[in-house]
Design a binder for this molecule. Structure first.
Ligand SMILES: Cc1cc2nc3c(=O)[nH]c(=O)nc-3n(C[C@H](O)[C@H](O)[C@H](O)COP(=O)(O)OP(=O)(O)OC[C@H]3O[C@@H](n4cnc5c(N)ncnc54)[C@H](O)[C@@H]3O)c2cc1C
Length: 336
Protein backbone atom coordinates (compact mmCIF):
# COMPACT_ATOMS: atom_id res chain seq x y z
CA UNK A 1 0.00 0.00 0.00
CA UNK A 2 1.25 3.51 -0.75
CA UNK A 3 1.54 6.18 1.97
CA UNK A 4 -1.71 7.75 0.80
CA UNK A 5 -3.46 4.44 1.41
CA UNK A 6 -4.01 3.94 -2.31
CA UNK A 7 -3.84 0.31 -3.39
CA UNK A 8 -3.84 -1.17 -6.87
CA UNK A 9 -6.98 -3.25 -6.34
CA UNK A 10 -9.90 -3.14 -3.93
CA UNK A 11 -11.68 -6.47 -3.66
CA UNK A 12 -15.27 -6.18 -2.50
CA UNK A 13 -16.28 -9.36 -0.63
CA UNK A 14 -14.13 -11.96 1.14
CA UNK A 15 -15.79 -15.17 -0.05
CA UNK A 16 -13.81 -17.83 -1.89
CA UNK A 17 -13.77 -15.71 -5.05
CA UNK A 18 -12.50 -12.55 -3.31
CA UNK A 19 -9.78 -14.53 -1.56
CA UNK A 20 -8.74 -16.14 -4.85
CA UNK A 21 -8.66 -12.70 -6.51
CA UNK A 22 -6.41 -11.49 -3.67
CA UNK A 23 -4.06 -14.41 -4.32
CA UNK A 24 -3.81 -13.76 -8.07
CA UNK A 25 -3.30 -10.03 -7.54
CA UNK A 26 -0.69 -10.52 -4.80
CA UNK A 27 1.13 -13.09 -6.89
CA UNK A 28 1.53 -10.40 -9.57
CA UNK A 29 2.88 -7.96 -6.97
CA UNK A 30 -0.23 -5.78 -6.90
CA UNK A 31 -1.28 -4.17 -3.62
CA UNK A 32 -4.72 -5.27 -2.42
CA UNK A 33 -7.38 -4.27 0.08
CA UNK A 34 -10.36 -6.54 0.77
CA UNK A 35 -13.54 -4.95 2.13
CA UNK A 36 -16.10 -7.32 3.69
CA UNK A 37 -19.43 -6.54 5.38
CA UNK A 38 -19.38 -9.58 7.69
CA UNK A 39 -17.02 -9.81 10.65
CA UNK A 40 -15.46 -12.91 9.14
CA UNK A 41 -13.81 -14.20 5.98
CA UNK A 42 -15.25 -16.97 3.85
CA UNK A 43 -18.52 -15.62 2.35
CA UNK A 44 -21.47 -17.99 2.02
CA UNK A 45 -19.32 -21.00 2.85
CA UNK A 46 -18.33 -19.74 6.30
CA UNK A 47 -21.68 -18.08 6.99
CA UNK A 48 -24.08 -20.78 5.92
CA UNK A 49 -22.41 -24.19 5.71
CA UNK A 50 -19.07 -24.17 7.59
CA UNK A 51 -19.44 -27.70 8.91
CA UNK A 52 -20.76 -29.31 5.72
CA UNK A 53 -18.46 -31.09 3.33
CA UNK A 54 -17.72 -29.89 -0.18
CA UNK A 55 -16.65 -32.48 -2.74
CA UNK A 56 -16.24 -30.60 -6.01
CA UNK A 57 -13.35 -28.20 -5.48
CA UNK A 58 -10.31 -29.30 -7.47
CA UNK A 59 -7.60 -30.90 -5.36
CA UNK A 60 -9.95 -31.51 -2.41
CA UNK A 61 -11.85 -34.81 -2.78
CA UNK A 62 -13.76 -33.95 0.42
CA UNK A 63 -13.26 -30.89 2.59
CA UNK A 64 -15.25 -29.18 5.33
CA UNK A 65 -16.51 -25.73 4.29
CA UNK A 66 -14.72 -23.89 7.11
CA UNK A 67 -11.45 -25.69 6.39
CA UNK A 68 -11.76 -24.82 2.71
CA UNK A 69 -12.15 -21.10 3.36
CA UNK A 70 -9.35 -21.13 5.95
CA UNK A 71 -7.07 -22.52 3.24
CA UNK A 72 -8.41 -19.95 0.75
CA UNK A 73 -7.58 -17.22 3.30
CA UNK A 74 -4.08 -18.61 3.94
CA UNK A 75 -3.43 -18.68 0.20
CA UNK A 76 -5.17 -15.40 -0.62
CA UNK A 77 -3.63 -13.30 2.14
CA UNK A 78 -0.05 -14.57 1.87
CA UNK A 79 1.12 -11.43 0.03
CA UNK A 80 -0.12 -9.14 2.78
CA UNK A 81 -3.49 -7.91 1.51
CA UNK A 82 -5.11 -5.47 3.94
CA UNK A 83 -8.41 -6.85 5.25
CA UNK A 84 -11.26 -4.57 6.35
CA UNK A 85 -14.04 -6.52 8.07
CA UNK A 86 -17.49 -5.41 9.23
CA UNK A 87 -17.86 -2.59 6.67
CA UNK A 88 -20.49 -2.64 3.94
CA UNK A 89 -19.63 -0.83 0.72
CA UNK A 90 -21.95 2.12 0.11
CA UNK A 91 -20.76 4.61 -2.50
CA UNK A 92 -18.28 4.56 -5.34
CA UNK A 93 -16.86 7.71 -6.95
CA UNK A 94 -14.06 8.52 -9.35
CA UNK A 95 -11.57 11.03 -7.97
CA UNK A 96 -8.39 12.65 -9.29
CA UNK A 97 -5.41 12.42 -6.97
CA UNK A 98 -1.64 12.44 -7.47
CA UNK A 99 -2.09 12.85 -11.21
CA UNK A 100 -4.17 9.72 -11.65
CA UNK A 101 -7.82 8.77 -11.67
CA UNK A 102 -8.76 6.60 -8.71
CA UNK A 103 -11.86 4.79 -7.53
CA UNK A 104 -13.00 5.83 -4.06
CA UNK A 105 -15.19 3.42 -2.13
CA UNK A 106 -16.94 4.51 1.05
CA UNK A 107 -18.45 2.16 3.61
CA UNK A 108 -21.18 1.94 6.25
CA UNK A 109 -18.58 2.75 8.95
CA UNK A 110 -17.26 5.84 7.18
CA UNK A 111 -14.25 4.07 5.62
CA UNK A 112 -12.89 5.78 2.49
CA UNK A 113 -10.74 3.53 0.37
CA UNK A 114 -8.95 4.45 -2.85
CA UNK A 115 -7.64 2.12 -5.52
CA UNK A 116 -6.78 1.96 -9.21
CA UNK A 117 -9.20 -0.89 -9.92
CA UNK A 118 -12.07 -2.63 -8.17
CA UNK A 119 -13.05 -6.29 -8.33
CA UNK A 120 -16.59 -6.90 -7.08
CA UNK A 121 -16.81 -10.39 -5.56
CA UNK A 122 -19.96 -9.69 -3.56
CA UNK A 123 -21.72 -13.05 -4.04
CA UNK A 124 -25.44 -12.47 -3.59
CA UNK A 125 -24.73 -9.19 -1.86
CA UNK A 126 -24.45 -8.43 1.82
CA UNK A 127 -26.75 -10.99 3.36
CA UNK A 128 -29.04 -11.06 6.38
CA UNK A 129 -30.93 -13.99 7.89
CA UNK A 130 -34.72 -14.28 7.45
CA UNK A 131 -36.18 -13.93 10.93
CA UNK A 132 -39.23 -15.31 12.73
CA UNK A 133 -42.17 -12.92 12.78
CA UNK A 134 -42.03 -12.51 16.57
CA UNK A 135 -42.12 -8.95 17.80
CA UNK A 136 -39.10 -9.01 20.11
CA UNK A 137 -36.98 -11.52 18.20
CA UNK A 138 -33.97 -9.17 17.94
CA UNK A 139 -33.89 -8.83 21.73
CA UNK A 140 -33.12 -12.56 21.98
CA UNK A 141 -30.17 -12.45 19.60
CA UNK A 142 -27.03 -13.41 21.52
CA UNK A 143 -29.29 -14.87 24.26
CA UNK A 144 -30.21 -18.15 22.60
CA UNK A 145 -31.45 -17.26 19.11
CA UNK A 146 -29.13 -18.48 16.33
CA UNK A 147 -29.40 -18.00 12.58
CA UNK A 148 -26.56 -20.33 11.62
CA UNK A 149 -24.75 -23.25 13.22
CA UNK A 150 -21.09 -22.23 13.06
CA UNK A 151 -19.68 -24.57 15.65
CA UNK A 152 -21.48 -27.69 16.83
CA UNK A 153 -19.76 -27.56 20.22
CA UNK A 154 -21.76 -24.43 21.12
CA UNK A 155 -24.86 -26.62 21.28
CA UNK A 156 -23.43 -29.39 23.45
CA UNK A 157 -26.11 -30.73 25.83
CA UNK A 158 -28.48 -27.87 24.98
CA UNK A 159 -32.21 -28.32 24.35
CA UNK A 160 -32.42 -27.20 20.71
CA UNK A 161 -35.48 -26.11 18.77
CA UNK A 162 -34.75 -25.94 15.04
CA UNK A 163 -37.14 -24.02 12.80
CA UNK A 164 -37.34 -24.55 9.04
CA UNK A 165 -38.33 -27.05 6.39
CA UNK A 166 -35.38 -26.99 4.01
CA UNK A 167 -32.08 -28.84 3.82
CA UNK A 168 -30.31 -26.76 6.48
CA UNK A 169 -33.01 -27.42 9.10
CA UNK A 170 -33.10 -31.15 8.38
CA UNK A 171 -29.32 -31.47 8.08
CA UNK A 172 -28.72 -29.84 11.46
CA UNK A 173 -31.51 -31.85 13.11
CA UNK A 174 -29.55 -34.93 12.04
CA UNK A 175 -26.01 -33.54 12.53
CA UNK A 176 -26.65 -32.29 16.07
CA UNK A 177 -27.83 -35.73 17.22
CA UNK A 178 -24.39 -36.43 18.72
CA UNK A 179 -24.12 -33.01 20.37
CA UNK A 180 -27.44 -31.52 21.54
CA UNK A 181 -29.69 -32.80 24.31
CA UNK A 182 -32.28 -35.15 22.79
CA UNK A 183 -34.91 -34.96 21.51
CA UNK A 184 -34.19 -32.08 19.14
CA UNK A 185 -37.46 -30.32 18.28
CA UNK A 186 -38.02 -29.53 14.60
CA UNK A 187 -40.71 -26.94 13.87
CA UNK A 188 -41.97 -26.27 10.35
CA UNK A 189 -45.01 -24.26 9.35
CA UNK A 190 -46.13 -26.86 6.79
CA UNK A 191 -46.53 -30.59 7.26
CA UNK A 192 -44.44 -31.27 4.13
CA UNK A 193 -40.72 -30.56 4.14
CA UNK A 194 -38.76 -29.16 1.19
CA UNK A 195 -35.55 -30.95 2.21
CA UNK A 196 -34.05 -34.02 0.59
CA UNK A 197 -36.45 -36.97 1.00
CA UNK A 198 -33.78 -39.19 2.59
CA UNK A 199 -33.11 -36.57 5.30
CA UNK A 200 -36.83 -36.29 6.04
CA UNK A 201 -37.16 -40.10 6.27
CA UNK A 202 -34.17 -40.22 8.63
CA UNK A 203 -35.71 -37.51 10.85
CA UNK A 204 -39.00 -39.46 10.96
CA UNK A 205 -37.08 -42.64 11.87
CA UNK A 206 -35.33 -40.77 14.70
CA UNK A 207 -38.71 -39.42 15.83
CA UNK A 208 -39.89 -43.01 16.37
CA UNK A 209 -36.84 -43.54 18.61
CA UNK A 210 -37.62 -40.39 20.63
CA UNK A 211 -34.49 -38.58 19.35
CA UNK A 212 -36.39 -35.96 17.30
CA UNK A 213 -39.72 -34.29 18.01
CA UNK A 214 -41.38 -33.01 14.83
CA UNK A 215 -43.89 -30.17 15.33
CA UNK A 216 -45.37 -29.65 11.86
CA UNK A 217 -47.44 -27.83 10.88
CA UNK A 218 -46.35 -25.55 13.68
CA UNK A 219 -45.15 -22.04 14.36
CA UNK A 220 -43.13 -20.56 17.20
CA UNK A 221 -45.37 -17.91 18.75
CA UNK A 222 -43.49 -16.81 21.87
CA UNK A 223 -40.09 -17.00 23.48
CA UNK A 224 -39.81 -17.26 27.27
CA UNK A 225 -36.86 -16.84 29.58
CA UNK A 226 -35.13 -14.66 32.06
CA UNK A 227 -32.02 -13.24 30.42
CA UNK A 228 -31.60 -16.31 28.21
CA UNK A 229 -34.16 -18.41 26.36
CA UNK A 230 -35.68 -21.16 28.50
CA UNK A 231 -38.71 -22.25 26.45
CA UNK A 232 -40.77 -21.44 23.38
CA UNK A 233 -44.48 -21.70 22.73
CA UNK A 234 -45.24 -23.59 19.52
CA UNK A 235 -48.72 -23.50 18.03
CA UNK A 236 -49.97 -26.60 16.24
CA UNK A 237 -51.50 -24.65 13.36
CA UNK A 238 -53.77 -27.55 12.36
CA UNK A 239 -55.54 -27.69 15.75
CA UNK A 240 -54.65 -24.36 17.38
CA UNK A 241 -53.15 -26.21 20.40
CA UNK A 242 -50.23 -24.51 22.15
CA UNK A 243 -47.19 -26.47 23.37
CA UNK A 244 -44.51 -25.11 25.65
CA UNK A 245 -41.22 -26.64 24.51
CA UNK A 246 -38.05 -26.43 26.67
CA UNK A 247 -35.40 -24.59 24.69
CA UNK A 248 -31.87 -23.33 25.36
CA UNK A 249 -31.11 -22.68 21.69
CA UNK A 250 -33.65 -21.57 19.11
CA UNK A 251 -32.00 -22.19 15.74
CA UNK A 252 -34.01 -20.62 12.93
CA UNK A 253 -32.79 -21.80 9.54
CA UNK A 254 -35.11 -19.90 7.24
CA UNK A 255 -32.53 -18.83 4.67
CA UNK A 256 -31.01 -15.44 3.98
CA UNK A 257 -32.19 -12.28 2.26
CA UNK A 258 -29.49 -10.89 0.14
CA UNK A 259 -29.50 -7.88 -2.04
CA UNK A 260 -26.87 -6.13 -4.06
CA UNK A 261 -27.79 -3.00 -2.12
CA UNK A 262 -25.66 0.00 -2.93
CA UNK A 263 -23.63 -1.90 -5.55
CA UNK A 264 -26.71 -1.86 -7.80
CA UNK A 265 -26.71 1.96 -7.69
CA UNK A 266 -23.23 2.54 -9.07
CA UNK A 267 -24.26 2.55 -12.73
CA UNK A 268 -23.14 -1.03 -13.31
CA UNK A 269 -25.12 -2.87 -15.97
CA UNK A 270 -26.98 -5.70 -14.29
CA UNK A 271 -27.78 -9.21 -15.50
CA UNK A 272 -31.23 -9.80 -13.97
CA UNK A 273 -31.68 -8.40 -10.47
CA UNK A 274 -28.83 -10.14 -8.69
CA UNK A 275 -25.79 -10.05 -10.92
CA UNK A 276 -23.47 -7.53 -12.48
CA UNK A 277 -23.05 -8.08 -16.22
CA UNK A 278 -19.47 -8.79 -17.26
CA UNK A 279 -17.56 -9.70 -20.38
CA UNK A 280 -16.53 -13.29 -19.50
CA UNK A 281 -13.28 -12.93 -21.50
CA UNK A 282 -11.99 -10.24 -19.11
CA UNK A 283 -14.56 -10.12 -16.26
CA UNK A 284 -14.78 -6.36 -16.85
CA UNK A 285 -18.09 -4.61 -16.23
CA UNK A 286 -19.49 -1.77 -18.33
CA UNK A 287 -17.56 0.69 -16.12
CA UNK A 288 -13.82 1.09 -16.76
CA UNK A 289 -11.56 -0.31 -14.09
CA UNK A 290 -14.38 -2.23 -12.41
CA UNK A 291 -14.38 -6.00 -12.69
CA UNK A 292 -16.65 -8.64 -11.13
CA UNK A 293 -16.20 -12.35 -10.45
CA UNK A 294 -17.90 -15.24 -8.67
CA UNK A 295 -21.61 -15.54 -7.94
CA UNK A 296 -22.16 -11.80 -8.46
CA UNK A 297 -20.82 -11.81 -12.04
CA UNK A 298 -23.38 -12.62 -14.73
CA UNK A 299 -23.18 -13.61 -18.39
CA UNK A 300 -25.05 -16.05 -20.58
CA UNK A 301 -24.67 -19.63 -19.37
CA UNK A 302 -23.08 -18.66 -16.03
CA UNK A 303 -22.76 -21.43 -13.44
CA UNK A 304 -22.45 -20.29 -9.82
CA UNK A 305 -19.93 -22.62 -8.21
CA UNK A 306 -16.82 -22.06 -6.10
CA UNK A 307 -14.53 -23.43 -8.81
CA UNK A 308 -15.99 -21.13 -11.44
CA UNK A 309 -15.57 -18.11 -9.14
CA UNK A 310 -11.93 -19.00 -8.55
CA UNK A 311 -11.27 -19.22 -12.29
CA UNK A 312 -13.04 -15.91 -12.87
CA UNK A 313 -10.96 -14.38 -10.05
CA UNK A 314 -7.78 -15.28 -11.96
CA UNK A 315 -9.19 -13.67 -15.12
CA UNK A 316 -10.36 -10.54 -13.28
CA UNK A 317 -7.11 -9.98 -11.35
CA UNK A 318 -4.88 -10.52 -14.36
CA UNK A 319 -6.97 -8.21 -16.51
CA UNK A 320 -7.14 -5.54 -13.80
CA UNK A 321 -3.35 -5.64 -13.44
CA UNK A 322 -2.76 -5.51 -17.20
CA UNK A 323 -5.06 -2.48 -17.39
CA UNK A 324 -3.40 -0.66 -14.48
CA UNK A 325 0.08 -1.30 -15.91
CA UNK A 326 -0.86 -0.75 -19.54
CA UNK A 327 0.40 -4.22 -20.44
CA UNK A 328 -0.91 -7.19 -22.40
CA UNK A 329 -2.64 -9.82 -20.27
CA UNK A 330 0.00 -12.45 -19.57
CA UNK A 331 -0.54 -15.47 -17.36
CA UNK A 332 2.33 -16.04 -14.93
CA UNK A 333 3.03 -19.44 -13.43
CA UNK A 334 3.33 -19.60 -9.66
CA UNK A 335 5.83 -22.45 -9.64
CA UNK A 336 9.21 -21.60 -8.14
C1 LIG B 1 -25.86 -24.51 1.32
C2 LIG B 1 -24.93 -24.24 0.16
C3 LIG B 1 -24.13 -25.26 -0.31
C4 LIG B 1 -23.25 -25.02 -1.38
N1 LIG B 1 -22.47 -26.04 -1.82
C5 LIG B 1 -21.58 -25.82 -2.85
C6 LIG B 1 -20.74 -26.86 -3.33
O1 LIG B 1 -20.80 -28.01 -2.85
N2 LIG B 1 -19.87 -26.56 -4.33
C7 LIG B 1 -19.80 -25.32 -4.90
O2 LIG B 1 -18.98 -25.10 -5.79
N3 LIG B 1 -20.60 -24.31 -4.47
C8 LIG B 1 -21.50 -24.53 -3.46
N4 LIG B 1 -22.32 -23.51 -3.04
C9 LIG B 1 -22.20 -22.20 -3.70
C10 LIG B 1 -20.95 -21.44 -3.22
O3 LIG B 1 -20.99 -21.30 -1.80
C11 LIG B 1 -20.88 -20.09 -3.89
O4 LIG B 1 -20.80 -20.29 -5.30
C12 LIG B 1 -19.65 -19.34 -3.41
O5 LIG B 1 -19.70 -19.07 -2.03
C13 LIG B 1 -19.53 -18.00 -4.16
O6 LIG B 1 -18.40 -17.35 -3.68
P1 LIG B 1 -18.26 -15.77 -3.84
O7 LIG B 1 -16.95 -15.44 -3.18
O8 LIG B 1 -18.47 -15.41 -5.26
O9 LIG B 1 -19.48 -15.15 -3.02
P2 LIG B 1 -19.86 -15.31 -1.47
O10 LIG B 1 -19.37 -16.58 -0.90
O11 LIG B 1 -21.33 -15.02 -1.40
O12 LIG B 1 -19.07 -14.11 -0.76
C14 LIG B 1 -19.41 -12.78 -1.03
C15 LIG B 1 -19.00 -11.92 0.15
O13 LIG B 1 -19.18 -10.55 -0.21
C16 LIG B 1 -19.67 -9.85 0.92
N5 LIG B 1 -20.39 -8.65 0.47
C17 LIG B 1 -21.48 -8.61 -0.32
N6 LIG B 1 -21.89 -7.35 -0.51
C18 LIG B 1 -21.03 -6.56 0.18
C19 LIG B 1 -20.94 -5.16 0.37
N7 LIG B 1 -21.80 -4.29 -0.17
N8 LIG B 1 -19.92 -4.68 1.15
C20 LIG B 1 -19.01 -5.54 1.71
N9 LIG B 1 -19.07 -6.88 1.55
C21 LIG B 1 -20.06 -7.39 0.80
C22 LIG B 1 -20.61 -10.84 1.58
O14 LIG B 1 -20.82 -10.53 2.96
C23 LIG B 1 -19.85 -12.17 1.38
O15 LIG B 1 -19.01 -12.47 2.48
C24 LIG B 1 -23.19 -23.73 -2.00
C25 LIG B 1 -24.00 -22.69 -1.50
C26 LIG B 1 -24.87 -22.94 -0.44
C27 LIG B 1 -25.72 -21.81 0.08
Amino acid sequence: MSESGVVDITILGAGPTGLAAAYYAGHRDASVRIVESLEQLGGQVAATYPEKHVYDVAGHPKIQGQKLVELCAEQGLQYGAEVVLGEEAKTLERVQAGGEELLELTTSKGGRYRSRALIVTAGHGAFEPRKLAIEDIEAWEGRGVHYVVREKALFRDLACVIVGGGDSALDWTLDLQDTARLPISLVHRRDRFRALESSVSEARRLEEQGRVRILAPGEVRRIHGDGRIEAVTVEDTATGDLHEVPCDALITLLGFHSHLGAVAEWGLELEGKRQVRVNPMTMETNLPGIFAAGDVAGYEGKITLITIGMGEAAIASNNAIAQIRGEKVQPKYSTD
